[in-house]
Design a protein around this ligand. Structure first.
Ligand code: PRX
Length: 660
């Protein structure tokens, strides 16, 4: 009992901070919303009249033809559409219209290379030229509207250009994060049957100056029958094998491409992109987003949440391999004619001052990063940020996982000098855009809380039986009562899985997979995943996928993977592994297992700890009780909970005594 109380207290204390921060007057005066009263008024309107509200917000997008009905949806069938029948082009919205409106010579993209000596700036004119050439290069390779193009690159300007070029011709891009292994690339290419792959010769990140991107791709391409052509950007000039008839250099294709490419007229519900995310089965899900609603939602949220004003330098440190990069480096900011920054490197190269050096150098005004990066940098002390002038900063943001009070306070005081609002933005690959967040100049913030829903968003908390938890001071599963414009439309090629994953657990509602608490003020506090997804350094990893990979080792009989708290990464991976009878436990087995996972999925999925065990805690029906394993991995062994339903409770004792 004592332990339970202590745990409840510690948890409450950790989640619920006593601190709160009012927006300062200067921010309030200049913000688009600027007061809680105005937020309440707009929020109420957006809930009472969602179609009216979103039709008005949709005016920030240029349409070739307007819609008939704003939305149509039925969560019981997982069917959702927005602005159906309307026509637009995402690339036209991000590039052409700014040029047509006379802003062609304004900066669109600032690129900062891995080494600070390497920089590029592209104006909207430059971007229009490059995007048309790239779009025609893709067409020359046989890509047509509706075809899937896989993009496997590092953070170089051509990555953004490739996305926009696909959008221009109506091809569906599927970006695969550059650190994914050849096997992960292969399964993603095959799942959506991509026709063309865009990659680069080699990548540069931190001390690594020759990441073999094209070589990895070649490995993959042995088993991807749908790929007809490969477009290769020259980044490093490393010796690169090009296969005749299949591989084409980007610069050569651009040289011979036609310079004019009309944007394809797309329906609002035509797919814009697929992005894979981990789920609770072994196979990643191809999250599919469509065009109209996504553009409306990402531009609206970018406008209000980052309170973006023309000319400001906006830097989101995410990789375009993840949804944050899609929505808040490329589509949202560019639709809003922002100056968006892209960084090729890492926060600790050449030293821990790199982020702060970049902020000083480019006079960054709005900075959006992940708690894991903040924890890693905070650990290195205040001298790094103190070496640089960070006065240009006006607004700070975080995303990807719950931010805890120490790093929030450090961000607030050391980076923001107590003057910048922090927007702790909760959202998901599936939601396409930010859902729960403070608004600058409006929300009194509390470290660790994403605070209140954005306009049009109706979150609910439900208990495990699906009963709605009304009022404040409640904790449960976070669901959404109704759709918003950028909600994913399907799992590519598997609509049943879309329904099963998001709409079957609590019928008639979208289930986020997150646990959440609503405090006495009505603020939302995300408590973490309640399903089999672990967030490591902000990356979603499915336990089933890692377990499947470990299971490929010939000595392994069974594996169960859980997350446990890690100082920098937020969570780390702990694998419990049972070997086949008669197989010896050796250090070699451990390193082989780690190697297999690295090769199958990528380095970010490697288990930090591997514990060999005679057996796993299972119910009589054979279900592994992960709750027990999570407690053991987190060293929370005084409070393992009820183990009486286990088939063999004695396994717990040895699991506890042999824990790492
Ligand atoms: O658990 C939540 C966590 O990240 C999950 C979504 O991960 P992903 O699809 O990779 O998208 C990350 C970038 C949007 C969520 O289910 N998460 C994201 N943002 C926050 C968060 N947890 C707490 N606070 C946040 N601000």
């Amino acid at each position: 009992m004592f332990f339970m109380l202590r745990k409840a207290f510690v948890r409450h204390y950790l989640i619920k901070s006593m601190k709160s921060f009012k927006p300062n007057e200067k921010i309030k005066d200049n913000a688009y919303i600027g007061s809680i009263e105005k937020y309440n008024e707009i929020y109420d309107y957006s809930i009472k009249n969602p179609e009216g509200f979103w039709a008005e917000q949709a005016e920030r997008i240029s349409w070739f033809k307007k819609w008939g009905k704003v939305w149509n949806w039925d969560f019981n069938k997982a069917e959702i559409s927005w602005f159906e029948g309307a026509k637009l082009n995402a690339c036209y919205n991000c590039v052409d219209r700014h040029v047509e409106n006379g802003f062609g010579n304004e900066t669109a993209l600032i690129w900062e290379g891995n080494n600070s000596s390497e920089n590029r700036k592209l104006t909207y004119d430059d971007l229009l030229r490059e995007v048309q050439l790239a779009a025609n290069s893709l067409k020359d390779l046989g890509v047509a509207k509706g075809d899937r193009v896989c993009i496997y690159m590092q953070m170089i300007p051509e990555l953004t250009i490739a996305l926009l070029a696909c959008a221009r011709i109506g091809a569906v891009h599927s970006v695969v994060f550059g650190a994914f292994s050849p096997d992960s690339l292969e399964s993603r290419i095959n799942d959506s049957e991509c026709k063309v792959l865009v990659t680069q010769d080699a990548g540069v990140r931190g001390t690594k100056t020759d990441i073999p991107m094209k070589k990895n791709a070649d490995e993959t391409l042995k088993n991807t029958p749908s790929i007809e052509k490969v477009l290769v950007v020259r980044r490093t000039g490393s010796p690169t094998e090009m296969i005749r008839g299949r591989d084409v250099w980007w610069h050569e294709a651009m040289e011979s491409a036609d310079s004019l490419c009309e944007p394809e007229i797309m329906d609002a519900e035509d797919p814009l992109f697929i992005l894979y995310t981990s789920g609770s089965t072994g196979k990643p899900k191809g999250v599919m987003h469509t065009t109209g609603g996504y553009m409306v939602y990402t531009s609206t949220t970018h406008h209000y949440i980052f309170d973006y004003k023309p000319g400001e330098i906006y830097w989101c440190t995410a990789d375009i391999g993840w949804i944050t990069g899609h929505s808040y480096i490329v589509y949202g900011p560019m639709a809003n004619r922002a100056v968006t920054m892209m960084f090729e490197g890492v926060p600790n190269y050449p030293d821990y001052g790199r982020f702060w050096e970049i902020i000083e150098k480019h006079k960054v005004n709005i900075f959006y990063t992940a708690p894991t990066a903040l924890r890693a940098l905070m650990k290195e002390g205040d001298n790094w940020p103190k070496k640089y002038n960070l006065e240009s900063l006006r607004l700070l943001g975080t995303v990807g996982e719950p931010i805890k009070e120490p790093e929030w306070m450090w961000y607030h005081s050391v980076i923001g000098n107590e003057r910048c609002p922090i927007v702790d933005t909760w959202w998901q690959t599936e939601t396409g855009g930010i859902m729960i967040t403070p608004l600058p100049g409006v929300t009194e913030t509390e470290p660790g809380s994403a605070t209140r829903p954005f306009f049009g968003i109706l979150p609910q908390l439900v208990d495990d039986e699906g009963n709605v938890l009304e009022g404040n001071n409640v904790e449960g599963n976070l669901v959404m009562e109704r759709p918003w414009p950028s909600i994913m439309r399907t799992v590519y090629g598997d609509h049943q899985r879309f329904f099963d994953t998001y709409f079957s657990r609590f019928p008639g509602k979208y289930f986020s997979g997150d646990g959440c608490k609503r405090d006495e003020k009505g603020y939302y506090w995300i408590t973490g995943r309640v399903d089999d997804v672990i967030i490591v350094s902000g990356h979603n990893l499915g336990t089933a996928e890692i377990e499947g990979s470990i299971g490929r080792h010939p000595d392994v009989a069974e594996a169960a993977v859980v997350g446990y708290p890690h100082e920098i990464k937020g969570n780390s991976i702990y694998a419990f592994v049972t070997l086949r009878t008669g197989r010896k436990i050796t250090e070699k087995t451990k390193s082989e297992i780690a190697k297999i996972v690295r090769a199958d999925i990528g380095p970010h999925a490697t288990p930090e700890k591997i514990q060999f065990t005679e057996g796993l805690p299972k119910t009589r029906s054979g279900k592994i009780m992960r709750r027990i394993l999570r407690n053991i991995a987190s060293d929370n062994v005084d409070n393992l909970g009820d183990i009486s339903t286990l088939a063999d409770p004695s396994v717990v004792e040895s699991l506890v005594s042999e824990r790492i």
